[in-house]
Design a protein around this ligand. Structure first.
Ligand code: SF4
Ligand code: NI
Ligand code: CU1
Length: 709
């Protein structure tokens, strides 16, 4: 043990010295009042903030942090003291990396690494993490003696959906070895210096702040959160030095097991620091240590199939064939039929396959399902999964849905033997895998014959889409007798519960009332539970005894009162992964809405990240509420406060996206034409005074509503 602690202390002391020197040099050069900040975060130097509550904003704040860091290094032989020294290394790394961002420069601009991960990216990872779509996070650090070993390891993680963060020469080794790098491929190069490891640590730390409503300053609580809820682990490649070892001790303190590929003899700490010299065992052992279980789907297709390939883009020059609505008839439709009308696992290609020499084809994907528990309402739930499943194939890109889509197949995938039949196998297997509770039989027909595809479109697909749209439009909160909870995000945000109604989808935008209903049918003890719509105590705000009971029970008493339609009175809680956040803008007596993708300023004086930090982790903050994009045009949006007529500002992209539906709602509710033209955006102004003047000129209805506060 003492050899290990000696190494850790040596590394921590070295980092402490470097940090102190760097801080002093920076203060000498720029002065103590010089501002210092990581880009696009509301959490300052996140590790320091979460652990101590100190909000680092200028260089003069740092010497005190160096003092805290040094006090963590006690040079006592106990392992606990050594782990604290590891945390000191993390704090030092955060300061050293933070100093690189001085002057608003991006130190990683000309690097292969990306450095600091902004808040909105972390929020966007919420849903894939809670659904298990991303089952874990690997931190891969160092330089492999044999590059093939790290390439194979990272590709293996990729094929399992595990997200890898790379630090050091493994970045180039993976790039040269043909690993596709980038957030969309779940292989994220952070940087070359060991200190870049802090950029993955702050992701876990900010998860505690964003989703876990962690109180800044509570170090023990922080370590408990990362240990219990951040499914991360570390793999080191190549020889170890004292700094890597002490950074590893920091990882262990956070609850992340470390697997090294060197023989370290009795330095091993079972369950926390283990040596695996056979690289064929690295992945299995790492997942086992962190208790990560992977659901594998073995499919009879010649290309890889993994969620990590979902974001893959296939450019025209890499494309072998294309199915594109702009050029040919396309549609995809799932239809419920009687069991005796179909043959299970029948896959028919009706027309030429993709090897007939053409580059473009029509495609009608027609899936028929039958089952004792199947309902027509589940057709669209299954149909919407086609997009993801096709994308999971390596070398296949799918965008759009229904009769408007584009599918591209790469030369690579074609050369590996991928044909339409395999698309049928993917659909059949995934439906039987994920929807087995309701689907007993499934048959797939892929129609590429132009006349027959047109027939499917006209006679089956279009009438079905129209009927579904009518049903959705007529589906209101009043027309149903059941709402649903969704508690999927509790793995990160234990105090949060979404209440999903026909007119209010989950705040992540991914769970509609139909989805929640299907989730309940598929898994009656799962994350979506029914709420009987009885016991309404206030129509205006949407207050129900049964909703309160359901939320109180789902959050174990953390939240006892929520309303469905108010942003001021007991608003619904947020986990942190919301698509949009609304917030009051006092001067105009209205609300602004900001989406996650918008990086600029809003008239509230806050960016998306700053607005978002006002709520989350199950906390209710009147005046600020996370919600889905689709909710904006709902007649129930802030209906207790006057509804959509309160909206005074949105980023232009968001406004354009929702304008059509929003205008329809405003026309029906208030008789206003083209309401979206009365809503300002960043091209009009982000200044509250100017906003007020502009709204007055437009005669915006919010100016005449009751005061919000
Ligand atoms: Fe999370 Fe709510 Fe979406 Fe469910 S509906 S996944 S709890 S954000
Ligand atoms: Ni793909
Ligand atoms: Cu969430």
């Amino acid at each position: 043990m003492s050899a290990l602690t000696d190494l850790i202390f040596a590394g921590s002391n070295a980092v402490a010295g470097l940090t102190e020197g760097a801080v002093n040099a920076a203060i000498e050069k720029y002065g103590a009042d010089k501002k210092v900040a990581f880009p696009d975060t509301a959490y300052f130097f996140p590790t320091i903030y979460a652990a101590t509550g100190v909000k680092v904003a200028k260089l003069g704040d740092l010497p005190a942090c160096v003092g805290v860091l040094k006090s963590l290094i006690t040079n006592k032989p106990e392992l606990g003291d050594a782990l604290n020294a590891g945390l000191a290394t993390a704090v030092g790394a955060e300061i050293i990396e933070g100093l690189k961002y001085i002057d608003g420069t991006d130190p990683y601009a000309n690097e292969t690494g990306i450095g600091f991960v902004p808040d909105p990216v972390i929020r966007s990872l919420g849903v894939p993490l809670v659904t298990g779509d991303i089952p874990g996070v690997a931190v891969v650090i160092g330089k492999a003696d044999n590059p093939e070993d790290v390439v194979r390891t990272v590709k293996d993680y990729q094929s399992k959906g595990v997200m890898s963060f790379l630090i050091g020469d493994v970045i180039e080794q993976c790039a040269v070895g043909g690993v596709k790098l980038g957030l969309e491929f779940r292989v994220v190069p952070l940087g070359h210096d060991v200190t870049a490891v802090i950029h993955v640590v702050t992701v876990a730390v900010r998860a505690a702040l964003i989703f876990g409503s962690h109180n800044p300053g509570d170090l023990a609580g922080l370590l408990q959160y990362t240990k219990d809820r951040a499914p991360a682990f570390v793999n080191t490649f190549g020889p170890l030095n004292e700094v890597v070892v002490s950074a590893g001790a920091g990882a262990i303190a956070l609850g992340f097991p470390v697997v090294v590929d060197q023989d370290i003899g009795d330095l091993q700490v079972p369950g926390a620091l283990e040596a695996v010299t056979d690289h064929a065992e690295t992945v299995r052992k790492s997942l086992e240590l962190r208790n990560i279980k992977i659901k594998v789907t073995e499919l009879p297709i010649p290309v890889a199939f993994a969620s990590a390939f979902e974001g893959e883009i296939i450019r025209k020059k890499d494309m072998k064939v294309e199915f594109y609505s702009g050029k040919n008839v396309t549609c995809e439709i799932v239809k419920m039929v009687k069991p005796d009308e179909i043959e299970d696992h029948s896959i028919v290609i009706d027309g030429p396959d993709i090897d007939s020499g053409e580059a473009e084809y029509p495609l009608a994907t027609c899936i028929e399902v039958a089952g004792a528990k199947m309902q027509p309402d589940f057709e669209s739930v299954i149909e919407r999964k086609i997009h993801a499943w096709f994308n999971y194939m390596e070398g296949v890109m799918h965008t759009g849905q229904r009769n408007q889509f584009r599918i591209r197949i790469s030369h690579d995938a074609y050369d590996k033997g991928l044909r339409l039949h395999h698309f049928g196998e993917v659909l059949y297997n995934m439906i039987m895998n994920e929807f087995d509770a309701v689907v007993d039989k499934c048959q797939v027909r892929l129609v590429t014959d132009p006349a027959k595809a047109k027939q499917v479109l006209d006679e089956l697909a279009m009438p079905t889409y129209a009927a579904r749209d009518d049903r959705l439009a007529s589906m209101t909160d009043e027309s149903v007798d059941t709402f649903y909870t969704c508690t999927l995000c509790q793995s990160f945000a234990p105090a949060h519960c979404c209440v999903v109604t026909p007119e209010r989808l989950g705040l992540c935008g991914a769970v509609s009332w139909l989805d929640a209903k299907a989730t309940y049918q598929l898994n009656p003890t799962g994350p979506s539970q029914p709420i009987a719509k009885i016991g309404c105590t206030d129509e205006r705000t949407g207050r129900y005894d049964t909703v309160n009971q359901a939320v109180a029970s789902a959050t174990h008493g953390a939240v006892e009162n929520v309303t469905l339609y108010s942003i001021m009175e007991d608003p619904m809680t947020s986990c942190g992964c919301f698509e949009c956040i609304c917030g009051i803008e006092p001067l105009s007596n209205g609300v602004i809405i900001c989406n996650r993708e918008y990086a600029g300023m809003t008239p509230t004086g806050m960016t998306f990240g700053e607005l978002a930090s006002m709520t989350g982790g199950g906390v209710q903050t009147p005046g600020f509420m996370g919600h889905g994009r689709h909710f904006i045009a709902s007649k129930k949006f802030a209906s207790a406060e006057g509804g959509t007529s309160r909206i005074v500002w949105m980023p232009k992209e968001l406004k354009d996206d929702v304008a059509e539906r929003l205008n329809k709602t405003a026309k029906e509710l208030y008789g206003i034409d083209n309401f979206s033209d009365m809503i300002a955006d960043e091209t009009v102004t982000t200044d509250p005074e100017e906003l007020l003047n502009w709204l007055s000129e437009k005669g915006h209805p919010a100016l005449g509503l009751d005061p919000l506060m």
